[in-house]
Write a protein that binds this ligand. Structure first.
Ligand code: FAD
Length: 322
């Protein structure tokens, strides 16, 4: 069995949990087992109904007042018990604060290894080799685990959201917390200051780099993004120069995005930038240097001056829209 932990808040499933299902299904092509999503909470009924519409084998709920809010003590207790009873081949967590907190705790209590921040998988025979960024995105490390269950945290945006629908049965997993005293008490939630935009959710991104030359020219990027109904984004030098907001930086020290369409304009394709956008479905690169590394991952490349190419694209798209 491959287990995935469902993250949720206020009755809404975090989409990152659906990205885990995509990795689970890739693993399952080799591990040939079953996939179950695990929901913890004080009242999991509505969430389990939502999850049961996914193409998985089972939804496992662990419902208890002790699980109303996250506590490493109660969560680790419930999940360790579940792992001991179900003996899964893998348990996947999102690389969120919760996932980063609970995964090493489980690994330590089970005496197994864990891989943090996984963003890809490949196989040697049937053995999965996980890929994770190291040295701030400069290198990709390939890591194998020789213990089971495979415990992983998975980067947000590294895998597409699983869209397959199905009809999965729900099983309640009983857990008696009477001997467990949580050392943590959640007092209240504070809303994080809202970012101006969440580019990780955008389907279309037009991104500008240092090739734009100066702040005023960034308007071209905004115009193209607007006409395509997408978001605009940037490489780090553009953000460092304050041509646009920091929330919009793509890359290893910015956001990891995987839109349907990513248009990189005047971006050379440094490894730190590509770490943040290489999973995009279609990548269009516009650069006057035909040797620019960005072309190595581009689906379509335009070797040319962006100040000539972008106005034509904007005009043609306007005509199409009208
Ligand atoms: C620890 C660390 C973390 C980092 N994190 C990030 C990160 O998260 N995101 C990120 O983006 N970078 C990051 N960087 C920086 C990264 O190494 C690069 O310096 C940066 O990505 C380069 O940005 P750029 O492609 O916009 O600029 P450049 O590399 O200067 O490229 C500009 C490109 O524009 C092209 N160009 C110029 N004029 C035109 C024109 N008129 N028409 C068409 N093309 C033109 C040029 O040919 C060139 O390829 C990080 C670096 C470090 C050390």
């Amino acid at each position: 069995m491959i287990l995935t932990l469902v993250q949720h808040k206020d009755g809404i499933i975090d989409e990152v949990s659906l990205e885990l299902l995509t990795l689970a299904k890739q693993l399952n092509q080799k591990l040939s087992t079953k996939i179950a999503s695990v929901i913890l909470g004080d009242n999991t009924e509505a969430l389990s109904k939502l999850l049961s519409q996914k193409a998985i084998d089972e939804v496992i709920t662990i419902s208890a007042p002790e699980l109303k809010t996250y506590s490493p003590d109660t969560y680790a207790f419930a999940l360790t018990k579940l792992i001991r009873e179900k003996n899964p081949k893998a348990f996947l967590f999102s690389h969120t604060p919760l996932g980063c907190d609970i995964t090493p705790k489980l690994a330590a209590s089970l005496g197994v290894g864990a891989i943090a921040s996984c963003n890809g998988v490949e196989f040697e025979g049937i053995n999965p080799i996980f890929i994770r960024s190291v040295y701030n995105g400069k290198l990709q490390a390939k890591v194998a685990l020789n213990s089971t269950p495979l415990l992983l945290t998975v980067e947000r945006g590294a895998f597409k959201k699983d869209e397959e629908t199905g009809n999965a049965p729900t099983t309640a997993f009983a857990c008696d917390f009477s001997g467990i005293k949580s050392r943590y008490k959640s007092l209240r939630f504070y809303e994080a200051q809202k970012a101006s935009v969440d580019i990780t959710k955008a389907k279309i991104i037009v991104s500008g780099g240092r090739g734009l030359g100066k702040k005023e020219n960034f308007e071209l990027i905004k115009n193209l993004a607007e006409i395509l109904g997408g978001e605009y984004a940037a490489s780090r030098p553009v953000v460092d120069n304050e041509w646009t907001e920091r929330d919009r930086q793509v890359g290893s020290s910015g956001k990891i995005v995987s839109p349907n369409l990513y248009i990189a304009c005047g971006i050379s394709g440094a490894i730190q930038h590509m770490a943040g956008m290489k999973k995009s479905n279609v990548i269009v690169a516009i650069n006057k240097d035909s040797e620019a590394p960005i072309f190595s991952i581009a689906t379509y490349g335009i070797v040319g001056d962006l100040f000539k190419v972008l106005p034509v694209m904007i005009e043609e798209l306007k005509k199409l829209k009208n």
